[in-house]
Design a protein around this ligand. Sequence first.
Ligand code: PBG
Length: 309
Amino acid sequence: MRRMVAEHRLHPADLILPAFVREGIGEPVPIGAMPGVVQHTRDTLRKAAVEAVAAGVAGIMLFGVPLDEKKDAAGTAGTDPDGILQQAIRDVRDEVGDDLVIMSDLCLDEYTDHGHCGVLDSEGRVDNDATLERYAEMAQVQADAGVHVVGPSGMMDGQVGVIRDALDQTGHEDVSILAYTAKYSSAFYGPFREAVGSSLQGDRKTYQQDPGNLRESLRELALDLDEGADMVMVKPALPYLDVLAKIADAVDVPVAAYQISGEYAMIEAAAEKGWIDRDKAIMEALTGIKRAGANMILTYWATEVARAL
Ligand code: PBG
């Protein structure tokens, strides 16, 4: 009876798998703060993509981790046509074709030596407009590599518009934009820093949203839609379900939520201590995110959950 009257249920096609691929490693490297998640080699990433397809997962969101010595102030490796993310996009596209929606993180923090999402001005502040020029170049190389959807996650003002123009001008009208619309400055990104080997100096409070603000996310939403976002995202998920619900009510485009590294780590850590029923907690958290209004959920458990479903 509960099954019959359920108002919301998860489906494998709701799920998107975020995956890390690291340059120059022979074996996958486990991420300490995210038990069960690894930095993939190019080969194991291909396998993970095949497994995701077999489980019915809808998409994969790729993050590149370059060699340390390739990180610089401008994040040059992010726009190298042979940079690790571009290679990974080509690999996955070659392996699974169009059976999986291939998405890529469009942001500089994986490639900068200071760890910020943009380039800095002479006083060490993130330079919004100079960063936009870098994002336009990133959009082009990622699209050239064969990505279906770019995911600008840097929270720079005007990023969606600049990326749309860059894509259109380079013959990539078909590439969609999943805008990280309401991305909060969050303590829950902690484990991600290890996942991408980032040593952030300072914080992201000058460009990511303050946790106390809800109305501000509606302003970001209006801007992103106006600039051409095809889909919008709320991130993190669980502490921001009210934001997710409000945005889902307000739009007629698909809405995504990102269950981030810290949300993953909390459940895994508590389960490891025997303090929580891991599998039930995962399903409950994901169902809650769906109930709040997400059409798509990015989760590190995507393949496992899709199989269970
Ligand atoms: C930025 C980016 C971050 C995450 C996804 N894209 C980190 C940040 O903004 O600080 C976090 C994802 C996670 O924590 O799982 N490139």
